[in-house]
Design a protein around this ligand. Structure first.
Ligand SMILES: O=C(O)C1=C[C@@H](OP(=O)(O)O)[C@@H](O)[C@H](O)C1
Ligand SMILES: C=C(OP(=O)(O)O)C(=O)O
Length: 426
């Protein structure tokens, strides 16, 4: 991808559907009785991997652009796939599906791409094994490929060492097969889309702060799902609109669930002009339009309980910090090291090439803003969020930027480049 600096960004944009909610609509739709319909589905490669896996397990799924119909077969309707399940680049698919597969009466192996095979799976293997799942790492090192064999699951009261919606959801899904009550306590609350959507499908999941209780149910029932626009995708345009001069953007129908909206708080704290307009609720998920205007940003500290609510947005927050006056410190974000890449290392190495003052710390980064930012030849390391964050950094730089391996953007935001072009006024 080639990016030239821009003079301003202007217009209205509806970014594609939320990735987390899109994955869950397929999984829960497959396990529900009856026909589930989805609108606003994200056609990113990760969500298409989820569709492919469930098709391989005998679920009829029709997908035409962002409209999906799933013929659910109930909690016990999945069938043994003919070959290994491949989640591609998607950690969410691997970890949530493992919870579901632990409760099936067939044996299955799951794998994914080179990045997935380096990401920690012991974080789900441990609690699922405590639930009596027969799940193991085929290489014996806590990494995928995983093998899952049939077993009779029992409930768990799990105190999670990590605030991870993927770990929490994996346990909630496995608990559908225990006929009993399980709880998960997190160090700080992670995104709660599974809890909200499971209840929308007739489950009984209680949320008490960072403690979630899954009560026994007989079955899930099909429903209609409207997917909000993904705040993690909108984040790129929030930062772009703030750092590019004379900009004025409206981002439509963005999911602003409080377990996901940390980026709005941080950018406002940095003096960003973001107005949250027309708040409403769809399928239990709060959404709103966001009005973004160019702003003179200042540095801030991002740490503590807010981190899980903006974990995927930290790469682009680092870009905002580079354009701000003063120093920004990001702490408590060690989870960034186990994403598609080590996002602390990849962002630090590539933003340095753009003449940005940024240093890695043990659990985050320190960015000193206000330097003259230079266009450069940079790498995505096949990490979609890194690629898009670098594209945003390039919009306000001096000179041209070339981003290698930008094709990975299709993992979460296939129309990123054309959406960006639609707002550019050179
Ligand atoms: O549950 C989900 O849909 C997700 C949870 C987060 O991962 P962790 O659970 O590993 O924090 C996030 O980074 C990922 O993009 C999507
Ligand atoms: C970490 C991410 O996704 P996943 O864990 O599903 O691969 C992401 O989209 O930034």
């Amino acid at each position: 991808m080639h990016i030239q600096p821009v003079k301003q960004l202007k217009g209205t944009l509806k970014v594609p559907g939320d990735k987390s909610i899109s994955h869950r609509s397929i999984m829960f739709g497959a396990l529900a009785k009856g026909t589930t319909t989805v609108e606003g589905f994200l056609t990113g490669e990760d969500c298409l991997s989820t569709i492919a896996c469930f098709r391989q397990m005998g679920i009829h799924i029709e997908q035409v652009q962002d409209k999906v119909t799933i013929q659910g077969k109930g909690l016990y309707g999945l069938t043994k796939p003919n070959s290994i399940l491949d989640v591609g680049n998607s950690g969410t698919t691997m970890r949530l599906m493992s919870g579901i597969l632990s409760g099936q009466s067939f044996e299955v192996n799951i794998t994914g791409d080179a990045s997935i095979r380096k990401r920690p799976m012991d974080r789900i293997i441990r609690p699922l094994t405590s639930m009596n799942a027969n799940i193991s790492s085929l290489s014996g090192n806590g990494l995928a490929p995983l093998s899952i064999k049939p077993s009779l699951l029992k409930p768990i009261d799990y105190i999670s060492p990590v605030a991870s919606a993927q770990v929490k959801s994996s346990i909630l899904l496995a608990n559908l097969y225990t006929g009993s009550t399980s709880t998960v306590k997190e160090p700080t609350l992670s995104r709660n889309h599974s809890e909200i959507m499971l209840n929308h499908f007739g489950a009984h999941v209680e949320i008490n702060g960072s403690l979630v209780t899954s009560h026994p149910i007989k079955e899930l029932f099909a429903n209609h799902v409207v997917v909000p626009s993904d705040i993690s995708s909108a984040a790129f345009f929030m930062v772009a609109g703030l750092i590019c001069p004379n900009s004025d953007l409206i981002l439509k129908d963005v999911g602003i669930n409080p377990t996901r909206d940390g980026i709005i708080h941080v950018l406002k704290e940095m003096n960003g002009s973001i107005e949250v307009i027309d708040k409403r609720v769809v399928n239990g998920e709060p959404i709103a339009d966001l009005h973004i205007k160019s702003s003179k940003l200042k540095g801030t500290i991002v740490e503590g309980d807010i981190i899980p609510t903006l974990i995927d947005e930290i790469p682009v927050i680092a870009v905002a910090a580079a354009y701000a006056e003063g120093t920004t410190i990001i702490k408590d974000a060690g989870e960034l090291k186990v994403k598609e890449t080590n996002r602390i290392d990849t962002m630090v190495s590539e933003l340095k090439k753009m003449n940005i003052h940024i240093e890695a710390t043990a659990d985050g980064m320190i960015i000193v803003g206000g330097n003259r930012i230079q266009g450069a030849h940079v790498q995505s390391y096949d990490d979609h969020r890194v690629a898009m964050s670098l594209a945003i950094a390039a919009l306000g730089a001096n000179g041209h930027t070339r981003i290698e391996n930008s094709g990975c953007i299709a993992i979460s935001y296939p129309t990123f480049e054309s959406d960006l072009s639609s707002l550019i006024h050179i």
